[in-house]
Ligand binder design. Structure first.
Ligand SMILES: O=C(CO)[C@H](O)[C@H](O)COP(=O)(O)O
Length: 144
């Protein structure tokens, strides 16, 4: 897959996200602090990654900030994006299975290297279940 990754800092697991995805064979596009000289602004960088998904330049995105909250809020402002802040593999699996989430939000502070690998395994293996059809019940909010 082609996956956009945004972060407002290289702290924590930011660069590890990119390495883990590339190591799994994915094509990675980076935004924000992951690119030398680019803005280290979470709202700006995470919007870019989310727009890559909504405008078809990426299949999925991973958005990161220190807490993960701003990253998820910024991404969820973009129409067609369903960003889920995931703290463990169970949440990541549920986000794909039940919410058909297309953007993974992570906390750079909270996510350890080990948990990151578990989250990515679950996220990348996850497929929307029939329950994910409930997502249609919120799609009208994209127009607001
Ligand atoms: O977690 C975040 C937003 O949700 C940011 O990473 C945190 O606020 C730090 O940002 P800044 O370096 O701009 O103060």
């Amino acid at each position: 897959m082609r996956i956009s990754v945004a972060a407002d800092s290289k702290d924590g697991v930011a660069e590890r996200v990119v390495a883990e995805l590339r190591g799994r064979g994915h094509e990675v596009v980076t935004h924000g602090a992951l690119n030398d000289g680019e803005r280290d602004d979470w709202a700006w960088a995470c919007e870019l990654a989310a727009r890559d998904v909504s405008e078809g330049r990426a299949d999925q995105a991973v958005v990161c900030c220190w807490t993960g909250t701003g990253a998820s809020i910024a991404a969820n402002k973009v129409p067609g994006v369903r960003a889920a802040l995931c703290v463990d593999a169970y949440t990541a699996d549920g986000a794909r299975k039940w919410n058909d989430a297309n953007v993974l939000a992570l906390s750079l502070r909270l996510t350890s290297d080990v948990v990151l690998a578990e989250i990515l395994d679950a996220w990348l293996a996850g497929r929307p279940s029939s329950d994910a059809g409930d997502v249609a019940n919120i799609s009208h909010l994209d127009d607001i």
